[in-house]
Every structure is written in C-alpha cells, then in structure tokens.
Ligand binder design. Structure first.
Ligand code: ADP
Ligand code: ADP
Length: 237
C-alpha cells in the first residue's frame, strides 16, 4: 500500500475555535477511505484541509503536515490552486455553475491553458463517461446544467472534478442530498473510479462506509473531543 497523502499531527482552528486536534493517518493510493463520525466532529474540516480549500473560509490556522506524494502541501512553495487540480473535491450539495453541461466540465481545463476544440471535446466526453453521465447528456451538452436531476448534477460535478485529471478525489457527503437510486449510482461509480485515483469520502452513514470503503477513519462521537481521530483501519464489513 502506497500512501497518496500522509497526515501528521494536523490541527485546524477557526479563529480560536479548535476543529481538528492532532490528526495523523495515511490515505492509501487507489483505496477508498471513509471518514465517519457525528455531525460537528470535524469530518468536513478534515477533508477541506487535504486540498487547502478550508483556508478559504476566513481566519483559519493550520498546524502539522499533509504530505502529498512526498511534498508537504502546506509548504511555502506550493501553489494552492495548482494543488486543487491534483486533489479535487465534490461537495454535499451538487453545485454546478449556471452554464451549459459542456462548460461545467470544460471549466478547469480551460483555466489550465488553451486547447483545441477537438481536444476539449475529447476531454469533456471522457470525463462525462468516467462519471457515468455521458449517455444521459450527450444530446444536450449545450443545455443548462440546471435542467439535470439532482443525481445527474452530482455526477456532473464529479465529471467537472475528473476533467483536470486529479490524483485524489475528496467527497463531502456526496450522496446525502440524493435519493436512494441516485446514491446507488454514485456508489457504483466510485468502485470504477478507485482503479484510477484515490478517494476520500465523508459520510455519516456507517452502512454506506461499509458498502463502499476499504479503510475507515472514525472521528470522535464525544462532544468534548471534537476533531479527534478515534480509530483508523480496514473498514468493518
Ligand atoms: P462535520 O463535518 O463533522 O459536521 P465540521 O468540520 O463541519 O464537522 O465542524 C467541526 C467544528 O468546527 C464544529 O464545531 C463546527 O461548528 C466548527 N466549524 C465548522 N466550520 C466553521 C467555520 N467556517 N467557522 C467556525 N467554526 C466552524
Ligand atoms: P503541474 O506542473 O503541477 O502539472 P502545470 O505546470 O501543468 O502544473 O500548470 C499549468 C499552469 O496552470 C500553471 O501556471 C498553474 O499555476 C496553472 N493552474 C493549475 N491549476 C490551476 C487552477 N485550478 N486555476 C488556475 N490556474 C491553474
């Protein structure tokens, strides 16, 4: 097992409020790691610290290290925007842009530099196929993303994240706004995606963690121990 991310003594503060209290764990390559625990225990803060998106939330302080294939992402030479291309994220509520399906998927790729129309078309199709959405949208790529169902919008957000070829995909309760069928489709999709990348998924649902993940990190269930990792290991099946 090769660690994609090594977390060492990670602490995270919102102002004076502590949200992570010295988390240490490895996130293994091509494995699905579930982060589980009750509401408010720091799950979301934890995964947002893994691609430095958490520091966009205002006055925060981060201590400890997160090593991504050997480099500390909190090191001075790291460009957080570039980092977020390698470590993508999908949120709880599907959040496509008010643009066409095509433009949503092409967004990050366009930021990275000029591509020919043919190259971009190919990247968009490939990302939509990887997100198991291509067949449903191929005839309406230029329609608004808002015309899609919630489950389709979430797969679109996955396609948007995949289009820039990340090594790690962080998912913050990606199914909790979806119905059971849409949830099942995403759970199935993750089993395909894990062959090519590393997935970290926050869930508050132990059944889901058990169905989909290889490793599970249990965060504290005790109010007085917010932001503590209680146990980490192979997912109980
Ligand atoms: P979870 O994802 O497990 O529900 P969070 O990571 O969202 O937990 O929250 C962990 C702790 O940090 C909670 O006490 C929460 O109130 C606090 N918190 C989360 N986001 C912020 C924020 N933007 N500003 C201040 N406190 C926050
Ligand atoms: P890497 O060497 O990590 O693969 P590149 O050199 O290919 O990165 O990056 C190409 C350019 O795109 C760089 O100038 C980089 O800063 C920029 N870039 C990467 N990701 C983003 C992003 N999400 N938003 C804006 N610019 C980005």
């Amino acid at each position: 097992l090769i660690p994609a991310l090594r977390v060492k003594n990670l602490r995270f503060y919102y102002g004076s409020q502590k949200a992570l209290e010295g988390i240490s764990m490895d996130i293994y390559r091509n494995q699905i790691t579930a982060i589980i625990g009750p509401s408010g225990c720091g799950k979301s803060t934890f995964i947002k610290a893994l691609n430095r998106i958490g520091e966009l939330e205002g006055k925060v302080r981060v201590e400890g290290t997160v090593t991504f294939f050997g480099q500390n992402i909190y090191g001075r030479r790291v460009n957080p925007n570039r980092l977020r291309r390698h470590i993508g994220m999908v949120f709880q509520k599907p959040n496509p842009f008010a643009r066409s399906i095509y433009d949503n998927v092409a967004y990050g790729v366009r930021l990275m530099g000029r591509r020919s129309k043919a190259q971009l078309d190919e990247i968009v199709e490939s990302a939509l196929r990887s997100a198991a959405l291509w067949d449903e949208v191929k005839d309406k790529l230029h329609q608004s993303a808002y015309g899609l169902s919630g489950g389709q919008q979430q797969r679109l957000c996955i396609a948007r994240a995949l289009a820039v070829k990340p090594k790690v995909l962080l998912m913050d309760e990606p199914c909790s706004a979806l119905d059971p069928i849409a949830t099942m489709r995403i759970e199935e999709l993750l089993q395909t995606l894990r062959q090519e990348l590393t997935i970290v998924i926050v869930t508050h649902n132990m059944q889901q963690a058990s169905r989909i993940s290889d490793y599970t990190a249990f965060f504290s269930t005790d109010e007085s121990r917010i932001g503590q990792l209680v146990e980490f290991g192979l997912t109980p099946k």
